[in-house]
Design a protein around this ligand. Structure first.
Ligand code: GAF
Length: 386
């Protein structure tokens, strides 16, 4: 939690609305392994981090929705009886959540809210999921809707589908809601059963390197990948009607039925099937504390995302290639949806300072862009700020 941001958010709320708010927070996330597997009913291994979106909020007696985003220094006004997608992107995440609650039959009045945070936007750390989660958690408390944490997650996800147009899986919202300090979440995206796995790194830290690019392909290509995976499943179902998703598919099935007629779809599906298997093996690495073996799998994941799933970009590839032969780096890969954002690196703590200095210089030389580095610690999920 960042007390400075909490104080700032509170002060700005009081100045705007002349009353005391209640403040909630939701974290961004990292994902150790299991990328683009969530919407294929596979496994993921995310964790909530020490960067949050905060909302200061109070109920109104009338129907007005009055929002202010500190980051953009922008106000938004709406009406609770007529919630629709707006041209203000950040407000859509909040409105999308309201829309989902209303579709479930919950009756809300207007409210005032100020949002702020330190999850970098567009960095692949799920600032949008954090905003959806903090909004739905806050509204659930404020209006005493009585929904449990688990039932909030798919509503937050659906808000992203409908109001942001990204057909995301469930990982980001789940991690933001269910994060647990010093643990990663092994989540089965089919059943939503989950297990907290201790994340002990023995001298290693999670280092995030932000490319500071977000290519605008991200949303459209994401949706295309989803469709390509569904296409692969539909081809296999003609021969194996019991198959429901790529979770049920083997490499042999792909080779036999998909590769001959849809070579590109084959590449996409192959990556997903391999990634699911890799994740299960990575959990064994974690249990043994075998950081080298875990790190090697992260490089394999990057390879798959780059060449088979085709969601990387030259900036991400540069960063992964740079660290690949540095002994103090156990593993690295692009993280999240792709086409920009961050790489996640497991780095020996005492080597971080020099690495950041050297790689920032090299990145600037090669890409003419600044590099931003964050050391992420693993923290608890969404909650109220006391
Ligand atoms: C984005 C999505 F929001 C997630 O659901 C997930 O699919 C991820 O990309 C890729 O693993 O963050």
């Amino acid at each position: 939690m960042n007390q400075l941001i909490i104080n700032k958010t509170k002060a700005s709320f009081i100045e705007k609305f002349q009353e005391q708010p209640v403040i909630f927070r939701s974290p961004g996330r990292v994902n150790i392994l299991g990328e683009h597997t969530d919407y294929n009913e596979g496994f993921v291994l995310p964790a909530a981090i020490d960067k949050n979106i905060y909302i200061a909020i109070s109920k109104r007696k009338d129907n007005s929705i009055n929002l202010y985003a500190t980051d953009f220094d922008e106000n938004f006004k709406g009406d609770i009886t007529n919630v629709k997608k707006s041209n203000t992107q950040w407000a859509n995440y909040i409105l999308g959540v309201v829309d989902q609650l209303q579709k479930k039959g919950h009756v809300l009045t207007g409210f005032n809210a100020v949002v702020d945070g330190d999850v970098p936007i567009g960095a692949g750390l799920s600032s949008s999921a954090a905003l959806e989660c903090v909004t739905i958690f806050a509204l659930n408390e404020l209006f005493e809707l009585g929904l449990n944490r688990l039932s909030l997650v798919p509503l937050a996800q659906k808000a992203e589908h409908v109001f942001a147009g990204v057909h995301c899986g469930i990982m980001d919202q789940f991690a933001s809601m269910f994060g647990k300090q010093d643990h990663v979440i092994k989540l089965d995206c089919r059943s939503l059963e989950y297990e907290y796995v201790p994340f002990k790194l023995d001298g290693y830290k999670i280092l995030l390197l932000n490319t500071n690019v977000k290519h605008n392909l991200a949303a459209s290509e994401y949706n295309t990948r989803r469709l390509q995976c569904e296409k692969g499943v539909s081809i296999i179902r003609q021969h194996h009607p019991d198959v429901k998703s790529l979770r049920d598919v083997t490499l042999d099935m792909l080779k036999q039925f998909v590769e001959p007629i849809e070579p590109l779809v084959y590449q996409r599906c192959k990556y997903v099937v391999q990634e699911n298997r890799r994740l299960l093996e990575a959990c064994e690495d974690l249990a043994r504390g075998d950081i080298k073996s875990l790190g090697a799998k992260m490089y394999q994941t990057h390879y798959g995302l780059r060449y088979f799933y085709d969601v990387s970009c030259k900036e991400l590839d540069f960063l992964v290639e740079y660290v690949k032969n540095i002994p103090s780096v156990a593993g690295a890969r692009m993280m999240g949806g792709g086409f920009g954002g961050c790489t996640i690196n497991l780095v020996q703590e005492d080597a971080i300072e020099k690495l950041v200095k050297d790689i920032s210089f090299a990145y600037k030389e090669a890409m003419n862009l600044p590099l931003t580095a964050y050391i992420a610690s693993i923290e608890n999920g969404t909650g109220i700020c006391t």
